[in-house]
Design a protein around this ligand. Structure first.
Ligand SMILES: C[S@@+](CC[C@H](N)C(=O)[O-])C[C@H]1O[C@@H](n2cnc3c(N)ncnc32)[C@H](O)[C@@H]1O
Length: 331
């Protein structure tokens, strides 16, 4: 007997494919499928360590400073930051990895591994490429220009379901208004806004930073951005557990009062990561130093490339402190 495929809204389908039993993130090592800034270069952890020092200063060196890595992967960023933190600060530092995947073997025992962000802590909360993996609904306008929810089967076949209603419709109208042309798509970012607000709400003081591929209201992509990543390649999104499923962040809808958005390029420049080549005369004076500086320049160029990682948005949400950020913003 032939069984009919089960269609789900994209939010439920993503949830199951990424985090359900046998889901992609519980099974796979993310670095085997895509490269984040954390994997691209140790300069990224160095920049986050510098940012942590700024936050510590702004908080007047509290007795306990939290570093919360939200969507910590295998703990690579925390490991890198700990290796670059001076003993005086490390002694006051409480590093938390917040992850749905299990704790990897051999991780630094100072890192507390947990499923939910801690509440009431002061310090830096950093979420690199977390929000783009928070499941969300997809809407598409039908022949009559009505936005409808998109449902998907495990093999990736899609169909249109009922009209978008309620809080989802209000979110669309405010943040991603559709012009009514048949086939336009939008990704309804409400679950991300709520997830981010809850994460920021856990900080009693300090800075929360979300870093992601993102877009603003004036420039939403007409066909949406939902994509699959498998073994280093972008592929059509299929919710079968075999691939990462990601959609860019509507960073303006996530930003609460007092938030600011910079490009990663501007943020990293402000934190001292620049792609300048070393002077040639260094090559004869200190050949090994020249090669190191050349490697760093190449990695910094990748992290700050406006057409790649440098075009990511850094959504900066201060909580009760004033942290000065030089540099241009995205808006
Ligand atoms: C794209 S990976 C990024 C990993 C790491 N931050 C990096 O930049 O390399 C996203 C991670 O977020 C985790 N994640 C997704 N939703 C989560 C949630 N609600 N709580 C904790 N971790 C979550 C996933 O399991 C996955 O490891």
């Amino acid at each position: 007997m032939r069984t009919e495929p089960v269609f789900l809204g994209w939010r439920a389908a993503m949830e199951r494919a990424l985090y359900g039993p046998g889901g992609f993130y519980l099974r796979e090592r993310p670095a085997a499928h895509f490269r984040t800034s954390v994997h691209a270069s140790p300069l990224f952890a160095e920049a986050v360590a510098r940012l942590l020092r700024r936050v510590d200063e702004a908080l007047d060196a509290p007795a306990e400073l939290a570093l919360v890595d939200l969507g910590a992967g295998r703990g690579e960023l925390l490991t890198g930051v700990l290796a670059r933190t001076a003993p005086e600060l490390a002694a006051r530092l409480r590093p938390f990895a917040v992850e749905r995947a299990p704790r990897p073997a051999g991780l630094d025992p100072r890192i507390e591994w947990r499923a939910e962000p801690p509440a009431g802590v002061v310090g830096l909360l950093f979420a690199n490429e977390w929000l783009d993996n928070v499941p969300l609904e997809v809407a598409e306008t039908d022949e009559d220009g009505v936005p409808r929810l998109v449902e998907v089967a495990p093999d990736g076949t899609e169909r249109l379901a009922g009209p978008v209603e309620g809080a989802d419709a209000a979110w669309l109208a405010r943040w991603w208004p559709l012009a009514g042309r048949p086939g336009e798509r939008a990704e309804i970012g409400l679950p991300r806004d709520l997830a981010w607000a809850a994460a920021v709400g856990g900080l009693a003081g300090g800075l929360a930073v979300a870093v992601d591929y993102a877009h603003l209201r004036a420039e939403r992509p007409v066909s949406g951005t939902l994509t699959g990543y498998r073994a280093g390649r972008a592929v059509a999104p299929v919710p079968d557990g075999s691939m990462d499923l990601t959609a860019h962040l509507a960073s303006d809808s996530c930003a609460g009062p007092g938030a600011r958005t910079l490009t990663q390029r501007a943020a990293l420049h402000a934190l001292g990561v620049r792609g300048a080549r070393p002077p040639y005369e260094l090559a004869s004076r200190d050949p090994a130093g020249y090669l190191r500086a050349l490697r760093d320049a190449g990695e910094a160029a990748e992290l700050t490339d406006p057409a790649g990682l440098g075009g990511f948005h850094w959504l900066l949400c201060p909580v009760g402190v004033d942290i000065h950020w030089p540099g241009e913003s995205t808006d």
